[in-house]
Design a protein around this ligand. Structure first.
Ligand SMILES: [Cu+2]
Length: 399
């Protein structure tokens, strides 16, 4: 749940904002579109592209480039270039690598459609937002809902000014599924991507299956190409991958990963979201998705594990990305996976007792990126999942 937002903001608002010397701003080249939020004296600026304009093999969903916080470069690129669905049984135990470049309409307020707007309420409603029933499918926008005045079904990127943060939402379709990708940028520097694994038609609703989304983020903090990646604050010099916790699921020691500029000390910490722990890597046992995090060197034009693929290439080829290159004092790309399980009755777990069907309830996941170092107003750390914020604490979510 993200109900902690209001609480976090109230704490953050008390802190003294940092003074920032840099005054950078992205130059966006068509088809990129520039976002400045707020429009006057922007805190966040970036170039955004819709799924159909993104760079990955068969797209990479919502794509953000040259992201600046208070005039300082944070990210060269953020997107989601690898997306999968795998089935427990059914037609030969199918599995698929889904595409991420086919936009599909969102129910959105007119004022936020492909532009920054102040919404009249919930202003970008995805299939995932709608789907809370274990068996019902709501189809395409407006998902069986009445369309409110001032709303419509629109493709692209919806951009909501929500006071203490700006939220970008897009939705794309791949066969039976409608996936939603969101990024939220907070005044205090936090970045929260959320992925929603929604559906379009209800097909294969009767087969237990898993979905996996991998974000890819190229941090270039301060724009100096001198980043260092650490795991639980221990610096790493070679490409590596890891699970979110010792077991990969609930319990065990939680992990965070950090990217910082080695000179300035400005950095971001990836803190897994509470939902992220629900489904450990490789819960299906098929061996296709075995890791949660990868730190890789940012190689030119390498936007995923494979430059091209077909629909049945349903394994994430980790060895193509994590293969011994140095990641010391350079630019890296990090990957972060979240997965969900859509279960049918009398099917999971193997051997029972079976959990009730939940296959059409949309499930979400996503981490938070929390700034630390001189540029952060306070050391924004979550002491217990997302339930509390403890300024000054060093970190560690408890599971
Ligand atoms: Cu599903």
């Amino acid at each position: 749940m993200r109900t902690f937002h209001a609480f976090l903001f109230s704490i953050a608002a008390l802190a003294v904002l940092p003074s920032v010397a840099a005054a950078g701003s992205p130059t966006c080249v068509s088809p990129e579109t520039k976002l400045s939020w707020p429009a006057i004296n922007p805190v966040w600026e970036m170039c955004w592209l819709g799924p159909h304009q993104s760079v990955g093999a068969r797209g990479s969903g919502l794509e953000l480039r040259n992201v600046y916080w208070n005039g300082t470069l944070v990210l060269r690129r953020a997107h989601a270039p690898m997306l999968f669905a795998e089935y427990k049984d059914g037609a030969g135990g199918d599995c698929y690598r889904d595409w991420k470049d086919e936009r599909v309409s969102i129910l959105a307020a007119n004022v936020v459609q492909n532009q920054l707007g102040t919404p009249p309420g919930d202003a970008a409603i995805t299939s995932c937002d709608r789907s809370h029933d274990p068996t019902a499918s709501y189809g395409n926008c407006p998902y069986g809902l009445p369309t409110p005045s001032g709303y419509g079904c629109a493709q692209g990127v919806m951009i909501e000014d929500l006071g203490d943060h700006v939220r970008l939402t897009t939705q794309y379709v791949a066969g039976w599924y409608m996936y939603s990708s969101r990024f939220e940028f907070y005044s205090d520097g936090r970045i929260a991507p959320t992925f929603g694994f929604g559906n379009r038609s209800g097909t294969y609703n009767n087969v237990t299956h898993w979905h996996h989304n991998y974000w890819r983020l190229e941090f270039d903090i301060d724009g100096l190409g001198n980043n260092v990646i650490s795991q639980n604050d221990v610096d790493q010099t070679t490409e590596f991958d890891a699970l979110r916790s010792a077991t990969g699921g609930p319990g065990g020691s939680a992990r965070t990963w950090e990217v910082r500029n080695a000179t300035s000390g400005n950095g971001y910490r990836l803190v897994p979201g509470v939902n992220d722990y629900t489904i450990p890597a490789n819960e299906s046992g098929r061996g296709y998705h075995t890791t949660d995090f990868m730190a890789t060197r940012a190689n030119t034009s390498e936007y995923g594990d494979t430059p091209s693929y077909n629909l049945s290439d349903c394994q994430m080829h980790k060895a193509n990305l994590v293969n011994g290159q140095s990641i010391a004092n350079t630019n890296q790309a990090i990957y972060y996976r979240v997965g969900v399980r859509d279960a049918t009755a009398n099917s999971w777990p193997v051997g029972g007792p079976f959990i009730p069907q939940d296959s059409m309830v949309c499930k979400t996941g996503g981490p938070q990126f929390v700034p630390f170092g001189p540029w952060a107003a306070v050391d924004l750390i979550f002491a217990s999942g997302f339930d509390a914020l403890v300024p000054g604490a060093r970190f560690m979510p408890t599971l």
